[in-house]
Structure formats: C-alpha cells, structure tokens
Design a protein around this ligand. Structure first.
Ligand code: FES
Length: 143
C-alpha cells in the first residue's frame, strides 16, 4: 500500500524538481506541507499531481501568479481532479492561443523590418507603433 505522506526528498525525486524549487513553490502558496510527529515537513501524495500541473503550466508560459490563482480555487493541498483540470486548462489554452496570436502578429511585423533598418516613425510597423499623438503634429506633444 502506498504511503500517505512523502518527504520533500521523495517529492523531489518523483517530480524531478530540486528541493529548493519545492520550497519556493511552498513559499508562493502553490503547494502546502504538513509536519509529522517528528516535526519533519511532509507532503500528501496528492502533491505529485499538483506539482505536475504546475510544471505543465510553467512549460506553457503560465505565470506563477496565474497558477496560484487557478489552484486557489481548490481546497488547500488538493490536487486538481479531471474536472478541475479541464476547467483550468481551458483558461490557460485560451490565454496561450491569445499570446500565440500576438507573437505571430509581432513576427509578421518584424518580417517587414528585416534588412530595412529605417525605424521610421511614420512607416515602421514596430517602431512607435501606437503613436497616437503623431496625429496632433510633429515634435513633443506632452510638454
Ligand atoms: S525598420 Fe524599416 S520598416 Fe521597420
């Protein structure tokens, strides 16, 4: 029968993460430990699934703050079940799609600049892209 609690070393070995990263996650409120009778820090087995979710999210570029927010909807220390994961991953999927679209648009604009170097305020799509004050005339507009 599997043990109910794991030491930080066990979690590190099973998750492939350094102990320091697990402590960092704990300081950020992403995971939680308990103290055993010997006053050693221990984690419930469910922590492994929770750490897996954190690793997947980080690999997709989700910030720790966003991960913490998503996990805060769960009971402390609980691992996301199938329904939780579906709900959380849908939000992250939409955000990833939004970021991909933004980066694709930026890449396309940069493609127009390759080999140019003009950095023209009027024609370069990357430089001073949102210069709405230019419509008011040339020179400084906020002085
Ligand atoms: S550098 Fe010339 S168009 Fe961007």
């Amino acid at each position: 029968m599997a043990e109910k609690f794991l030491s930080v070393g066990d979690v590190a070995r099973r998750s492939g993460l350094p102990v320091s990263t697990l402590h960092f996650y704990e300081r950020k409120g992403l995971i939680a430990s308990e103290r055993n009778a010997a006053n050693h820090r221990v984690y419930r087995r469910e922590i492994l699934r929770r750490v897996s979710v954190i690793k997947v999210a980080q690999s997709a570029g989700v910030s720790l703050a966003e991960i913490a927010e998503a996990l805060s909807s769960l009971p402390p220390g609980a691992a996301p079940d199938t329904d939780d994961w579906a709900r959380i991953s849908e939000v992250w999927f939409d955000d990833l799609t939004r970021r991909i679209n933004l980066l694709t648009a930026l890449r396309d604009k940069m493609g127009k600049c390759i080999g140019c170097g003009c950095l023209s305020v009027k024609t370069c799509p990357l430089y001073n892209e949102n210069d709405h004050l230019a419509e008011e005339g040339s020179g400084p507009r906020l002085l």
